[in-house]
Ligand binder design. Structure first.
Ligand code: NAD
Length: 339
């Protein structure tokens, strides 16, 4: 066995109620002026964090938008300069964490992430910014959150449709982590355990959306999935979703759900051992159809057409992509079961 694996330095604090440790963790990190970034859904949690931070609180940003539009990023950087922030506390989904990363990329600030979805961005050094309909992404250790507080209580109110789509996004990190150039036995094992936690957590959450154990399983799976993505990097699936999301402003998580089963159908046979491990974790005989059926069961849109993409746009995206994805995109557009 021969492989190279890079682990990233991040402190993870996991458990119901861990939001209340935000002040202690900020202090431990040596941050003296913390700028709090929160999505609309996290306003109450941000109020709590702001009160607990006391003199460590430097300011607040409440306007967060998907895919980090460049004007939103510029305003956030200006706010960080104005408030002289040396730390950012991002509370929300991948969009809030993404905005914190845009600030960290331009200045010397450390990020504490408090994720409230299953996107996994908090575990990665990957940043993204969108200008003129085109999303640029890159990797830089300065944007990797130093501390991540996972508080499953903050995810109890995540609507079931958003929950399911976000879990599909996390599953995409796991599935793609087994076939990228940097995939290795450690990322594969991480991805398999993440897939188990996510699929069990999703089935349980569909039955009982407010069950804290089911929500904890999902957040634990999201943490592992993000870490698998961070270490294994991205492949055809993520690149295609970024192209679609950036060019046509499609919802991030739902786009993953529509595309993943179709990419898995084509890519997974090239890694038969990993495919079998993922199938066992997902409790299915076939990875691609298993994912598709799970997404259907969870009522997630399984076609790009349902997300508002036109057939012409799907064709234009296929033409722009550097490798042949015609069949993948045709099937993802119509939402054909990947048999
Ligand atoms: P998001 O952050 O936009 O959140 C989706 C919606 O859910 C928003 O309306 C938000 O307000 C709401 N929401 C979030 N948490 C909630 C909660 N607990 N209760 C109720 N509502 C809640 O979307 P996302 O899918 O989490 O993240 C998508 C973004 O993250 C994209 O820009 C994507 O590119 C990026 N991303 C980056 C990485 C990376 O490694 N850099 C990884 C994954 C995703």
């Amino acid at each position: 066995m021969t492989f190279v694996h890079t682990a990233f330095p991040a402190r993870v604090v996991f458990g119901p109620g861990s939001l209340r440790q935000v002040a202690a963790e900020t202090d431990l990190l040596g941050v003296r002026r913390a700028l709090v970034i929160a999505t609309g859904s996290a306003r109450q949690a941000a109020d709590q964090a702001q009160a607990d931070l006391k003199e460590l609180f430097a300011g607040r940003i409440d306007g967060v938008r998907q895919h980090v539009p460049t004007e939103v990023a510029a305003a956030a950087r200006a706010k960080a300069r104005e408030t002289n922030a040396d730390g950012i506390i991002a509370i929300g989904g991948g969009s809030a964490v993404g905005l914190a990363k845009a600030i960290a990329l331009a200045g010397d600030v450390r990020i504490i992430a408090v994720p409230t979805t299953y996107a996994g961005s908090e575990m990665t050094p990957v940043w993204g910014e969108t200008a003129d309909g085109s999303k640029t992404t890159g990797t830089d250790l300065r944007v990797l959150p130093r501390t991540v507080l996972y508080d499953p209580e903050l995810t109890i109110g995540l609507p079931i449709e958003t929950t399911a789509a976000s879990v599909a996004n996390a599953l995409a990190h796991c599935v793609e982590a087994v076939w990228t150039d940097k995939a290795n036995p450690i990322t594969e094992t991480t991805a398999v355990e993440a897939t188990r936690a996510l699929s069990e957590g999703l089935r349980a959450t569909l039955q009982k959306p407010q069950d804290i154990d089911a929500r904890s399983n999902l957040l634990y799976g999201a943490c592992l999935a993000g870490s698998a993505l961070a270490q294994a990097g991205t492949g055809v699936h993520h690149k295609l979703c970024h192209l679609l999301g950036g060019s046509y402003n499609l919802p991030h998580a739902e786009t993953h759900a529509a595309v993943l089963p179709q990419v898995a159908r084509v890519q997974a046979p090239s890694v038969p051992k990993a495919k079998a491990r993922l199938e066992a974790a997902l409790q299915t005989d076939d990875l691609a159809t298993g994912l598709f059926d799970l997404f259907r069961q969870a009522n997630i849109p399984t076609s790009l057409r349902q997300l508002g993409l036109t057939e012409e746009q799907a064709e234009a995206a296929a033409a722009k992509f550097p490798q042949d994805v015609d069949e993948i995109l045709t099937r993802a557009w119509t939402g054909t079961r990947p048999e």
